[in-house]
Design a protein around this ligand. Structure first.
Ligand code: GLN
Length: 340
């Protein structure tokens, strides 16, 4: 351990960790079970009847999802699970998948591969902006927006479509702690209507960011967006990031611990698209939304939280999920910038 140029011995480190734990500063145990339950219940009932927002309909299958679906899950970094509302319904993971494909690319090729190829800056444009690619010639395309995300998918190593796809699905399943599957109706619906994403990929190919097969990368990306998840799956995925990349229940190190700070930084920059600044300003939490209605957020060292509720605001972020996560995190002191 190296702090500001000083090396600490192993026994010194243990003493420091013990002192911090006793002070309740670093341990997820600091989250009182009753406080978590109360916060989840309060947020659930406060927003249950909220009617704002509308399902995404540019992917026809998403318009058919019941807008009343509303599930909340919080998993602490040490594996305690709290839930409220609908935990059975699976929605498509959509853009939340972008985090986990990027994590796979970082593990395979290092964090510089992301930084040097599509970049890590926010575009300040909608998530499927063609103008943004033109403006920056395919650089500064954060992997949380479509051009950067399809490029990240194209960077996953493998000899065939099937090999690449199996690696992606296995990675997501490891993050969730159970075997995930594709919602085929969502995949077919999006595959039939994803001409805009094909255009984004072709443009990234033209700028040399995607090296080969842009349409295959778009199709694999479409498949990754169609993976079905419930609120608990998403909270597990978030909790794995909150716990340094180690799944808090299966104990598996799912992503290199060293990459977690970069993953969270990219999420903080563009996880809620061009509303990411507002979100960070209010909550301080790295988060990622998807047009299927899910949002997950990470309070590093403390917890992962997720809400599923399909109606979205104009930026494409679930209305109820933003409000519920903000309230719960506030009640539990989740903001990492807020040091007591
Ligand atoms: N599959 C969707 C798309 O590419 C994901 C977008 C999103 O969730 N914001 O348009």
């Amino acid at each position: 351990m190296k702090i500001k140029g000083f090396w600490f011995s192993r026994s010194m480190q243990l003493l420091m960790v013990a002192a911090l734990c006793l002070g309740g500063q670093v341990s997820a145990d600091a989250l009182d079970a009753k406080a978590v339950d109360t916060a989840l219940k309060a947020a659930y009932s406060k927003y249950k009847n909220l009617k704002d927002g509308a399902n995404a309909d540019y992917i026809p299958a998403l318009a058919k999802v019941d807008p009343k679906v509303y599930g909340i899950a919080l998993v602490t970094a040490d594996g305690k699970v709290y839930t409220m509302g609908d935990l059975d319904t699976e929605v498509s993971i959509q853009s939340i998948s972008k985090v986990f494909t990027m994590a796979l690319v970082m593990d395979e090729s290092g964090t510089d591969a992301i930084m040097n190829n599509m970049g890590v800056d926010a575009t300040g444009q909608v998530f499927n902006s063609i103008v943004a690619i033109e403006q920056y010639q395919g650089q500064e395309m954060n992997a949380m927006v479509n051009p950067g995300a399809i490029t990240a998918t194209s960077m996953v190593k493998g000899q065939s479509y099937d090999e690449i796809w199996s690696k992606i699905l296995a990675k997501y399943s490891d993050f969730a702690g159970r075997k995930l599957t594709v919602l085929e109706d969502v995949y077919e619906s999006e595959a039939a209507t994803n001409q805009r994403n094909q255009a984004l990929a072709q443009l990234m190919y033209a700028y040399g960011r995607i090296e080969k097969n842009p349409l295959e990368a778009t199709d694999i990306y479409t498949r990754q967006c169609s993976v079905g998840v419930n609120a608990k799956d998403l909270a597990m995925m978030a909790a794995t990031l909150a716990n340094g990349g180690k799944h808090p229940i299966t104990g598996k190190q799912v992503v290199n611990e060293e990459h977690v700070p970069e993953i969270l930084a990219v999420m903080a920059t563009a996880g809620l698209y061009d509303d990411s600044g507002k979100w960070l300003y209010t909550t301080g939490l790295p988060a990622k939304s998807g047009v299927g209605g899910g949002i997950l957020a990470v309070s590093p060292g403390k917890f992962g939280i997720a809400v599923i509720s399909p109606p979205l605001d104009a930026a494409g972020n679930s209305v109820r999920a933003q409000k519920a996560i903000a309230d719960i995190s506030e009640a539990l002191g989740g903001n990492p910038y807020d040091v007591e």
